[in-house]
Every structure is written in structure tokens, then in C-alpha cells.
Write a protein that binds this ligand. Sequence first.
Ligand code: HEC
Length: 128
Amino acid sequence: MARLTPVTPVTPVTRYAVPAALAALLSAGVASPAFALDVDAAKSLAQSNNCTQCHGIKKDKDAPAFLKIAEKYKGKAGAEDELLKHVTSGKKVKLADGSQEDHKIVKTIPANDQAQMRNLIKWILATQ
Ligand code: HEC
């Protein structure tokens, strides 16, 4: 009769830590951990994409301030998706001086990273 190989006991999986981003938010004292907005990541993406060359955070430049955009979309259903489309489709926009150009398309590393783009949009919409 064949002998059964002893079964190695399965080590229970240990939950190591709260994910780093959440931990950072919590330590920063952000009130709602469910809304995991990474402000630093959003800012640096906006800077590396030169968004702030045309959009001030609170001041209009060649384009409306992020504050104005946040106010315009406040409480609107689907705002996040609409703006996500805006920053990925390169549609024609009118600058303050009346000239037109194709809107900047957000570049992420790695390319087309939806999570980074959504975080950027959430940050814009949260401007106050
Ligand atoms: C060359 C100038 C310029 C740059 C650079 C630029 N934008 Fe814009 N953006 C505009 C203009 C002009 C508008 C249109 C304003 C309008 O028509 O109401 C606009 C509109 C927007 C809107 C709002 C659209 C709406 O429906 O109200 C968002 C969001 C936005 N830009 C985000 C960004 C982000 C994110 C970046 C960086 C990736 C960026 N923009 C870079 C000029 C610029």
C-alpha cells in the first residue's frame, strides 16, 4: 500500500501593512480615507505636463483656473469621466487671447495610466 506523503502545513498569510498611499494619507490627517486623492502625484503630473502653464490653480491664465473648472463641475454627475475625456482627446480649445489650438493630451509614465489621470482630474475637481 502506497504511503501518503505528509502534507506541509500551510502558513497563514500575514497582512503586512496598510498600502503605502493610504498610510501616507492617514498620517497626513486627511479626513476621508475612502477618497484616496494623491495630491503630490497630481501636482507633479500637472507640472510635468505643463498644465499649469495655461491653468493657474486659482488664477486664470490663458485658460480658466482649476478652481473655476471645479466650480463649473461641482455636483455634476459624470464630471470625472467628462474631464478625463477632455484631457485625452485633444479637442480644439480657445485661449484667452482668442487663438485656438488642440488641447494638451496628458502623458503619463507608463503611458495611458488611467489611475494617474483620474487622480489628476480628482485633484482639479477638488480645488477650492
Ligand atoms: C496651451 C494652454 C493649455 C494647456 C497647456 C493645458 N490646457 Fe487645459 N484648457 C485650455 C483651454 C484654453 C481650455 C478651454 C477653456 C474653455 O473652453 O472653457 C482648457 C480646458 C481644460 C479643462 C476643462 C474643460 C471644461 O470642460 O471646462 C480641463 C479639465 C483642463 N483644461 C485640464 C488640463 C490639464 C490636466 C492639462 C495638462 C495636461 C491642461 N489642461 C493643459 C488650455 C490649456
